[in-house]
Design a binder for this molecule. Sequence first.
Ligand SMILES: [Zn+2]
Length: 631
Amino acid sequence: MNRHGSTAGSKSSARFPNLEGPSGALCGILLFTWVHALCFPVAMGLPALDLKFTILASGNIPLALALGGLTAFFLKTDRSPAAPAFRLGLLLGSASFLLSWLAHFAPSSATTSFALPLAAVLLLPLLLGLRRLPAPGGKLRLVINTSGIALWALGISGLGASPVKTASDHLNPRRLPAPATKAPEQAPDVLLISVDTLRADDLFDPELELSAFQKLKQQGLWADYARSPASAALPSHLAMLSGRHALSQGKLQASGAYVPEAGHLHLAEGFQNAGWKTLGVVWNTFDMNVDLVSKGFDVYHNLAERDFRMDLYRRCFHTTWLGVLLPGPADHRALFWLTRKRVPGLGPNPRDTLLKHSPGRATQQLAQAYWQQIRTQPDPVFFFLHFADLHQPYLPDASVRGRLTRGQSLPPAFDSSKPDSPGITDAIMAAWPQQKKEAEKAAAHLHQVYREELIFVDACLQAVLSELEKHDRPAVILLTSDHGELFGEQQKLGHRGSLHESLLRIPFLLSGSGVPKGKLAFAPHLEDVLPTLFGLCDLPLPPGLNGIDLLQSEAQSRPHLAIEGRQIAYWEKPWKLMLEHLGLPGNEKDMKAVALYQVHDDPGETQNLLEQKPKIVKAMTLRLQAWLEDL
Ligand SMILES: [Zn+2]
């Protein structure tokens, strides 16, 4: 194929008039492949221009050559087919380019199989407008074609390909650099543990033997539950790490999307500035927002980090003609075959490999390895440890699988789906109206599988805490979560699209040096994490916090606000007012109260008292609006 193309360029015109077509088309598409490859690494924050060029060229050149050949074949006149073929090549290449931008701004919808032909149709008027555009002259075409083909050949031969990260690379601790300033004498190590998707009630269920959690509870300060400001990972974690409400860390759009904004001091930054080493061991799948969550960490070790080449491959793949025209999985196979040398590790991402072996175990082993490194060094450490096992899909480790579900399975209606299948919760929710009993049973079964995962996380946590106990330095440990999980409450599963109490009530266990033992008389907010930890370490509190230091004597219960999509939950003991909004903050007036619950007596939120209590609804709405204006 490439011999064909470059011969066409080198021995142009009269003797091989039939090669003028492929040569022109190739020139058109390679020009745009260069433009495309040069533009996008910057826009996507993805390097590897040559990889991008290789994938795009592999997926687009075959069609350009074929259409260039056809142009030459059907253009039975004296005219050279180079110019029309060149314009065709430009059209094919620019459609890829246009689709890439569309996919960049609307990732899910823009890469469907008809999107690339649609982009070409959109660009067709441009082609007609350019119908007098000549093809580059023989020499220029030769330069463009040979340089493009040379880079492509370099790419598919794998020259210069850097090694792909493997799962075991992910499990090696990195070196923590020495802090720029000196921390005070006897400054404690601080361990903040976020067990993603952990509901508070399961933690205290006497039927589950959770010895590590129990120990943390017995040796320190705890609450029945804390309140989370959101039922999604990103806004909750931003609140946890900034001491500010999710809404002062970002905006809610009319679509319900949460758009985070940077700028506020982060827990890790505060510790870093004060002389602590800062380390995050996380299973971060918060998509593109790693930069925000990882602020201030000397080392932010994300076990769920994907190799960027996989993302590049995935994105480029959908914007090439080969990817669109061949039926799947032949399209994957063809493109992979062409580019495999350049992407040697293509296949399972490290994250997927680790997931098969329970992320908790990997998280635990890495945390232990880091503690061993920390122990040999004098500086205190702020360590943010994030467990993700409880998040869907529910895949209990072999050591606990069947502990609570032995001999049980999902009801026959869901037989084809397994608890670890990502679509199972949707299938159960869809069946709820018609098959209520079966759906309830299925939800209860999933809850048990989730609790098996909790037993596993407890064991991992136990191992991490034992490692920490080997130190003779003072330490502070705070364990919490970002949100809970639903198992049939309001006929829902998972944690999106609802602000039910089971989603907002998360655990809160604080222990270590300077922490009194006992039960908090009120529910802390997730925003209290930063001021409380700073207070324990004698660090100054930044201005503008929404959270409070829980160890100050005046700490008490406060109204609470939570967000998810277009929903707001405003809680003022004992009432919970549910509202719908059209974008926040900024459009506070565009809010509508939709439900009022007395959550103390009605924790299941089954009795909507909106009609019966108009005065309460009105007064609460006004106070909420004032609060939102303040945020
Ligand atoms: Zn989460």
